[in-house]
Structure formats: structure tokens, C-alpha cells
Write a new protein. Structure first.
Length: 243
């Protein structure tokens, strides 16, 4: 079982370490392998986000919205992060609840080390673990110039690298261009039924009708080139995912 990557963003080091300990305990109890990274400074998070595939490897983001990480959820969503976001704060400011809604947060939990608040956090966090595993993922979120698209994975035919750091996704219902790279997409789509067929293409295996040595035909009739270096792995993916 792959590890869930979890990040916690909070400038309060006491809370950061305290809730990290609780998260580890819940994961141990639930038998969920995890990798945990803590951020007390947003510049550290922004530095890691310069890696094209970093956010694609994060399953759950826990953030304190009151303070220097207030803009973090909106920022990662603009970077096409489609994992679970969990707000954790002492704040009762309605604006933070609005921000959580706008960032499509999974939940908003009040901080506190009393029995009531700890029990609620543990319960919500355990549910967020299940949600992260189930997302594996049912849809992806892509954006360009402030426009967002939430696309169900099952509706996607293929991705094509068009220009430097731009990709077009073809799906049932249309197409959409967004900034990304195929390398980053390979990480986002890992173990989700997609295969690289060419330096410029990633296809949904379920959409493949016929595979040849130099091209394949999709169920919608589109023809996609198959690179010589990708043929063997493509055949393996088709055998694995097309049951």
C-alpha cells in the first residue's frame, strides 16, 4: 500500500508538533502508512512547490488559516492540487469558514486539547484518511487564468503536451488547456489507469480500443501515436487495467 503524504501548515510550533503527533497516532491505529511534513513558514512550502510533482504527491493538507498560511489553500488549488484540505484553527471568524468553502475544504475543525475537541479532530482526520484513499482519485481539478475545471477521471480520453508547460486534456464533453507538464501529470495520475504512449501523450487505458506498434485507436475514434520506447509499458498497462 502506498503511503499517504500529509502536510501540516501552522506558524504555531506547539500546535504544529502537537497535531503532528496526533496524526501519527491515528494513522498507526488505522494501519495507514504515511509520510508527514511540517511547515511553520510559507516560504518553505512555496519552495517545495517549485518542484513540478510535489503537490501531486500530497494526499492531505492541514492548514491553520488564521495567520501567515491564510492564502495557502487558495494557492495550492490554483496549482491544481486536488487532494484533501482540512482547516484546523482556534478561529471562529466567519471569513475563514468562507475561505474553507471557496477552497473546497473537506472540513473545518476547532483546535483544542480538551477531550471534546481532540475527539472531533481524531474523528474528522480519520474520515479524511478514508476520503484521500477513495479519491485515488475520482476527479482532477485543472485551472488556467482563473478558470477551473473539475473533470471526472472516468471521462478523460487523453492528455497532450502542446507547448512549453501547457497541456490539453480531451474528455467527454470537451477539452481544456492548462499549465502543467506531462511529467507532473504522470505523478498525479499514478495508479489511476493512465499510461504514457509518447513523449507528448498520456492516455486513459479504459478509453483504448486498439493498440498497434506505432499508434493506438481510442473508443471515440481518435488516433494517438505510440512511441517505440513506450510500447511495452503501454501493453502492460492495458493488460493490467482493462479487465
Amino acid at each position: 500500500m502506498d503511503k499517504l503524504r500529509i502536510i501540516i501548515c501552522d506558524e504555531n510550533r506547539v500546535d504544529l508538533e502537537g497535531y503532528a503527533k496526533i496524526c501519527r497516532s491515528v494513522c498507526d491505529r488505522c494501519g495507514v502508512p504515511m509520510e508527514l511534513k511540517l511547515y511553520s513558514n510559507p516560504s518553505e512550502l512555496l519552495f517545495d512547490m517549485k518542484d513540478d510533482v510535489y503537490l501531486a504527491l500530497v494526499s492531505i493538507m492541514i492548514v491553520e488559516p488564521e495567520g501567515i498560511f491564510a492564502s495557502a489553500p487558495a494557492t495550492v488549488r490554483k496549482e491544481s492540487y486536488d487532494g484533501v484540505i482540512l482547516y484546523l484553527s482556534h478561529s471562529t471568524d466567519p471569513e475563514h469558514y468562507h475561505q474553507a468553502f471557496d477552497a473546497d475544504a473537506y472540513n473545518f475543525v476547532q483546535k483544542g486539547y480538551d477531550a471534546k475537541n481532540l475527539t472531533r479532530f481524531q474523528s474528522v482526520f480519520e474520515l479524511s484518511l478514508q476520503a484521500a484513499k477513495q479519491l485515488e482519485r475520482q476527479y482532477i481539478v485543472v485551472s488556467c487564468a482563473g478558470e477551473y475545471k473539475q473533470i471526472e477521471v472516468k471521462d478523460i480520453y487523453y492528455f497532450e503536451g502542446t507547448t512549453d508547460h501547457m497541456v490539453r486534456v480531451e474528455y467527454a464533453g470537451g477539452s481544456f488547456n492548462f499549465p502543467s507538464t506531462l511529467q507532473k501529470l504522470e505523478e498525479r495520475l499514478r495508479n489511476r489507469g493512465f499510461a504514457r504512449t509518447h513523449r507528448s501523450f498520456i492516455v486513459a487505458v479504459d478509453a483504448v480500443h486498439q493498440v498497434g506498434s506505432s499508434e493506438l485507436i481510442l473508443n471515440n475514434g481518435h488516433k494517438i501515436p505510440v512511441g517505440r520506447n513506450y510500447y511495452a509499458s503501454l501493453r502492460s498497462a492495458v493488460e493490467r487495467w482493462q479487465l
